[in-house]
Design a protein around this ligand. Structure first.
Ligand code: TYD
Length: 142
């Protein structure tokens, strides 16, 4: 494995707790690049109107890192590092799931009216995608 590969390997997927300002008028949560997110945010996108039973994702990124937030509703993020799979159930708008690069991920079990917000370290680029599982394991040095 290359040195870069080794660095990626030890980076782990983890839940980040975001600030929560409780208020009888309605609660507020915020996120700041560099403080709650371990990268400069270069892109945000969101997934919504997911029909029952549908899946999003099903790929990995070479470089892109992400924070995934269930702003509304709930869904599961299945994360595979090439050796083991962990399923994270996201159902609170003040938790973000940090996803390092080179992790195969699938988003499943979307609840009705769920909204998935993703903060990304890179701009969109199709060449950053690993869409084949074999390609992913090779890139991970497995
Ligand atoms: P994709 O990342 O494969 O969706 P998901 O992993 O959430 O299922 O993207 C689906 C399509 O949308 C694909 O044609 C690329 C396009 N796309 C953009 O143009 N910009 C973006 O920021 C993203 C995330 C996707």
């Amino acid at each position: 494995m290359t040195e870069r590969g080794l660095l990626m390997w030890i980076e782990e997927c983890k839940i980040v707790e975001l600030p929560k300002i409780l208020d009888p008028r309605g609660n507020l949560t915020f996120v700041e690049g560099g403080r709650h997110v371990p990268f400069d945010i270069r892109r945000a996108y969101w997934i919504y109107d997911v029909p029952g039973g549908e899946m999003r994702g099903g790929h990995a990124y070479r470089r892109n890192r992400e924070i995934i937030i269930a702003v509304s509703g709930s869904f599961d993020v299945e994360v595979d590092n090439g050796s083991s799979v962990i399923c994270h159930h996201l159902n609170r708008s003040y938790y973000g799931l940090y996803l390092p690069s080179l992790h195969w991920r699938a988003l499943v079990n979307f609840s009705t009216n769920s909204l998935c917000l993703v903060l990304a370290s890179e701009e969109y680029g199709e060449s950053d995608y690993l869409r084949g599982y074999d390609e992913f394991t090779v890139e991970r040095g497995l």
